[in-house]
Ligand binder design. Structure first.
Ligand code: ADP
Ligand code: MG
Length: 482
């Protein structure tokens, strides 16, 4: 039977504030066990939480970026469960009255399809601590808790069940990362766990209106693993349904090395958590003035930038999407174009998406550390544009700029890479090549025109690749044709 896949994601983004959400302990990653703790995050009796203003501002930024409705008044709630990573016995979260409702995230697929995913809500909550099991320490009878992460601020971003395949789920997650990084509210690092997600997935017969029973998958620490886990689960559910079986709601864990999901526990329901409003925290009020202040500080967002790159720079959509996927990459590109002028935007885009990204990949560095500055790249583009060097020689120049940090001009002079545009100089090389390859010349004149490539190659070899390709083609055609 044909099924439609239905996916909804619950994403947790760790906010990069200095201190935790309800106390002054450091929210920084790392630190010795329990070094970043105080009486509040340790859950000692009698202490009171105090909400961190920066957390609210960061949340408002994301809320505005996705066009969510921002509640003028919202509340915190206690979510109860018993586990040694949670010293109070409850997590402070939001339940019935979250700060943001609605809004949407837009992305463009590889094939250029627009997808808009509606959000259910975004709410603030605190993270739990971490357990360290003694078996890794040669102490299999004990487990230890490290509460450095307890109380670190998180945003939970819940999507409607509107994603229809694993690849879109990955793109959605990537776009969320792009957004939080643009907004400067989270580093969005999946490996370090600052961006995590629980993926809900179900299948339904293609003609059915009603959703199937869903399974929730946890423990995916990369975009690739998110997609793989969903693909596995899609297939697993299809096989069960095809065999006449039923899917039971449950929580499953992704096992990366085995490439499978495994049942972990049956699903828990909201009533299991005994939610109620936290009496220690007053309701949070966000007035229009505060919202305006945050709005005024918003950076240009990825979709607006992509549109500007297309409308203003005349770039194809694909280029614009790649170049705006990271704020710093887009800033680099803006600087190249500022130096070359918009007429060179497409050429600049080819270089940035090609050689610049390749260089970053090879050196495993970020664009901010790129050894070829935007201005250097712009200089090189103008050397190509005015015919000083060919596009091919430019590849060599680029690598040398990267290596030496010298200017493209200096490298061209130093290494004698200036393109030969002087036709008489090219002519004399062409004549030499013709004279020393009589058999090929005869074959060419006899109709084997494919040999043109051979002659071009010979001249390029003799000139160290510096002959102006266009002039060379013309001269060769003329001399050989006769
Ligand atoms: P629960 O009550 O189990 O917490 P919610 O309705 O709150 O479920 O949804 C949690 C997440 O699961 C949301 O991201 C939502 O989009 C997604 N979801 C809900 N129903 C389904 C379904 N049938 N198939 C896939 N995902 C679903
Ligand atoms: Mg729910």
């Amino acid at each position: 039977m044909a099924y439609e896949t239905v996916i909804g994601l619950e994403v947790h983004a760790q906010l990069n504030t200095k201190s935790k959400i309800f106390c002054a302990s450091s929210a920084a990653f790392g630190g010795g066990p329990n070094e970043h703790t105080c009486t509040v995050d340790l859950g000692l009796p009698g202490v009171l939480p105090v909400l961190n203003r920066q957390v609210i501002e960061y949340t408002l930024r994301l809320g505005l970026a996705v066009g969510a409705e921002i509640a003028p008044v919202c509340r915190f709630a206690r979510k109860h469960y018993f586990y040694p990573d949670l010293p109070k016995g409850y997590q402070i979260s939001q339940y019935e009255e979250p700060i943001c409702s609605g809004g949407s995230v837009h992305f463009v697929t590889r094939e250029g399809r627009d997808v808009n995913v509606n959000l259910t809500r975004i709410h603030m909550e605190e993270d739990a601590g971490k357990l360290i099991h003694g078996d890794e320490l040669g102490d299999p009878n004990h487990s230890y808790s490290d509460l450095n992460r307890a109380g670190v601020p998180l945003l939970e971003i819940v999507s409607e069940p509107e994603l229809r395949n694993p690849e879109d789920a990955e793109s959605y997650m990537r776009k969320l990362r792009t957004l939080v990084r643009y907004l400067g509210i989270s580093d969005g690092n999946m490996q370090e766990g600052s961006l995590r997600c629980d993926a809900n997935i179900s299948l339904r017969p293609e003609d059915s209106e009603k959703f199937g029973e869903k399974v929730e998958i946890k423990n995916m620490n990369s975009f690739r693993n998110l997609r793989r886990a969903l693909e596995f689960e899609e297939k697993r559910q299809r096989e069960i349904l095809d065999a006449g079986g039923v899917i039971h709601q449950e929580t499953r864990l992704w096992d990366e090395s085995a490439g499978v999901t495994r049942g972990m526990r049956s699903k828990e329901y909201a009533h299991d958590y005994r939610y109620f409003p936290d009496p220690d925290l007053v309701p949070l009020t966000v007035d229009a003035e505060w919202l305006d202040e945050v709005r005024a500080q918003m950076p240009e967002l990825p979709d607006a930038k992509s549109k500007r790159f297309q409308d203003d720079y005349g770039l194809p959509r694909y280029d614009a999407e790649v170049l705006t996927s990271e704020k710093e990459l887009a800033a680099y590109f803006d600087r190249v174009v500022a130096a070359t002028g918009k007429e060179q935007a497409k050429a600049a885009s080819n270089w940035v998406m090609g050689d610049v990204l390749r260089l970053l990949n090879e050196k495993k560095i970020a664009i901010e550390e790129c050894p070829v500055s935007p201005e250097r790249l712009a200089e090189m583009l103008s050397l190509i544009d005015d015919g000083t060097i060919s596009g091919k020689i430019a590849k060599t120049v680029f690598d040398q700029v990267a290596e030496s940090g010298k200017s493209p001009e200096a490298i061209v002079e130093e290494k004698g890479l200036r393109q030969i545009t002087d036709t008489s100089a090219i002519e004399s090389v062409v004549e030499d090549v013709i004279a020393s390859n009589p058999e090929e010349v005869e074959a060419y004149r006899g109709g084997k025109t494919k040999l043109m490539g051979f002659f071009v190659g010979q001249v390029m070899k003799a000139t160290g690749g510096k002959a102006n390709p266009k002039a060379l083609q013309e001269i060769l055609g003329e001399k050989l044709g006769g």
